[in-house]
Design a protein. Structure first.
Length: 563
């Protein structure tokens, strides 16, 4: 497991300041104990990474602990597959909950007892209103709500009805258990919120034991209390729910953690709604939750992002109370920055054009010495085979070159990376008039890419020896959505209308150097001049498949320099 990034690095944040003050005053007995509470109804996405890094990172910084707790209170949408994926992803990101993995369903019996306690105290009642009627009775931001006609049932009647709800005597939606708080409250969350609903659905852990399930607001704070959490860190949409969190803890008379809200992560061209991501998967717009175009951590892992890059990104974006949106280019910058340090350089040709060096001896082969990573001297060098017939990129030859084009063209001399100077002399075209072969001459005195007479060339291009090249499939990815805000929906259309039809281009005729034979899935490389690439899980012996992680061009680095 990779070592987590130092959580102290990067901008300060107000949550760290709160924790420091609490430690100074002795609140919570000098402890810091956080939790990451995902609902197992989908795969984690890049937005969750910020919460994971914040909860685990701050606890580690202060010598505390972090629990992994699954909010599994909605059996209709939750699956063991999602539980397994979440655990695998948190580990991959570099964090360890040790033996502290919990489930809200662990506490169903205790939550039921606490619900009974509130009924006995006259602070909860069974309501027969339908969901639609509950919404109608709730009122608006400017008008108070109206009390349910069932609000003043006796304690005995409420206890009996709640027991019958648990026993399965009523159909789904027939009754709910609601808190009795204040239907005139300015905070709509305090207008007698639902605590339990009837749901005859089998749970992935408790089976058919329950047919009533607690709502998140009734589960959240009490689960934190049971686990003795000190700082319950939530995203900003739960700020208006905090009075309810406090009300339950106070009225039950139980240990009371502190809820703190922060801004959630939003990125341009990126959708971070599990409901909408599920639609993309179920309707076949993508190949699965781990499709490299998806913003899921499984998807970007398959694409080649490193956990270190994600942690560095999260450490540097700051934590605030202001909802904003970050440029996707900023995340990609941290990915490039990390991959630049760690990935070996190799040569690959994505759109091959055959080159024949006419004056190179037929049958002769030699090996050129290539640097594996100029950023890391310890990476050493490798041998790259060279022969009379090579492949170069189609874009690296122009029969009629435009201005400022310095690559191969008739009569022009260029450098082959780690190889020789070559000059184009003639071409072969197919029946469509397309150039399919370029004939060149080489200067034997320029081996290694330098001319003894000191002459210079304006371009260096990469290549692969045709006799030694390995076949490969390369998948080039662009943004999954063409709109900066994919949630914008035109009239009569949903968010899928914003999908980018060019988000994936698959190239099947690619050639790569033999160094990549046997490259393991998820291993990462920089294809010289082309970008960073990762071996896809579809690769198998005799079939190499690569995903482009990011291109070489770093727009965010240029933006940063201007700031």
């Amino acid at each position: 497991m990779s070592e987590p990034a130092n959580p102290v690095t990067g901008p300060s944040n107000f949550i760290r300041d709160i924790m420091q003050e609490d430690l100074k005053t002795g609140k919570f007995g000098g402890r810091v104990h956080t939790r990451f509470p995902p609902e197992p109804n989908g795969y984690l996405h890049i937005g969750h990474a910020k919460s994971i890094c914040l909860n685990f990172g701050l606890a580690a910084e202060f010598g505390g602990k972090t629990n992994l707790r699954f909010d599994d209170t909605n059996p209709e949408k939750e699956e063991q597959e999602y539980v397994d994926s979440i655990m695998d992803t948190v580990r991959w990101l570099g964090f360890d909950w040790e033996d502290r993995v919990f489930y809200a369903s662990d506490y169903f019996d205790q939550l039921y007892e606490w619900a009974v306690q509130l009924i006995q105290a006259g602070k909860a009642y069974v309501c027969d209103l339908t969901a639609e009627q509950v919404r109608q009775y709730r009122g608006t931001l400017t008008e108070p709500g109206k009390e349910s006609p069932y609000r003043n049932r006796t304690v005995e009647e409420n206890l009996a009805l709640f027991e019958r709800m648990r026993a399965g005597d009523f159909p789904d939606g027939a009754r709910t258990l609601r808190s009795k708080i204040d239907m005139a409250s300015a905070n709509l969350n305090l207008r007698d919120p639902v605590m339990y609903r009837i749901l005859h659905a089998s749970h992935h852990r408790t089976g058919d034991k329950w047919c009533i399930y607690p709502m998140y607001d009734f589960t959240h704070g009490q689960s934190d209390s049971i686990e003795r959490i000190t700082h319950s860190i939530c995203t900003l949409e739960f700020e208006d729910h905090r009075p309810l969190y406090d009300w339950y803890c106070d009225n039950l008379g139980i240990y009371h953690p502190q809820q703190i809200e922060f801004d959630r992560l939003n990125l341009t061209y990126t959708l971070l709604s599990k409901r909408k991501l599920l639609k993309l998967v179920q309707d076949g717009y993508v190949r699965g939750w781990d499709d490299p175009r998806m913003p899921t951590l499984s998807g970007i892992r398959r694409r080649g992002y490193t956990p270190e890059a994600i942690r560095n990104f999260c450490a540097n974006i700051g934590v605030s109370k202001t909802t904003g949106i970050l440029e996707l280019a900023m995340l990609e910058h941290y990915v490039r920055e990390d991959l630049n340090k760690r990935t070996p350089r190799v040569m690959a040709v994505l759109r091959p054009l055959r080159v024949v060096i006419d004056n190179y001896p037929e049958g002769q082969e030699e090996e050129m010495e290539a640097v594996n990573n100029p950023e890391d001297a310890s990476a050493g060098t490798r041998k790259v085979p060279f022969s009379r017939v090579l492949y170069i990129e189609q874009d690296d030859y122009r029969e009629d070159p435009p201005k400022q084009y310095y690559r191969l063209s008739p009569g022009r001399e260029v450098r082959l990376r780690y190889g020789y100077f070559i000059t184009a002399t003639s071409i072969v075209k197919n029946g469509k008039g397309e150039v399919v072969e370029v004939h060149c001459t080489y200067d034997p005195a320029t081996r290694g890419g330098n001319a003894p007479d000191g002459r210079k060339v304006k371009s260096t291009i990469h290549w692969v020896s045709a006799a030694h090249a390995l076949d490969a499939e390369v998948r080039l990815y662009e943004n999954l959505f063409s709109k900066e805000n994919p949630n914008e929906e035109a009239e009569g259309l949903d968010f899928t209308a914003n999908l980018n039809p060019n988000s994936l281009e698959t190239l099947t005729q690619c050639k790569v150097e033999p160094f990549l034979a046997g490259a393991a899935p998820l291993s990462r490389y920089q294809f010289e001049r082309l970008g960073y690439f990762c071996v896809d899980a579809d690769s198998e012996p005799g079939r190499l498949v690569f995903n482009r992680t990011v291109a070489l061009r770093d727009t965010w680095a240029k933006i940063e320099k201007r700031l």
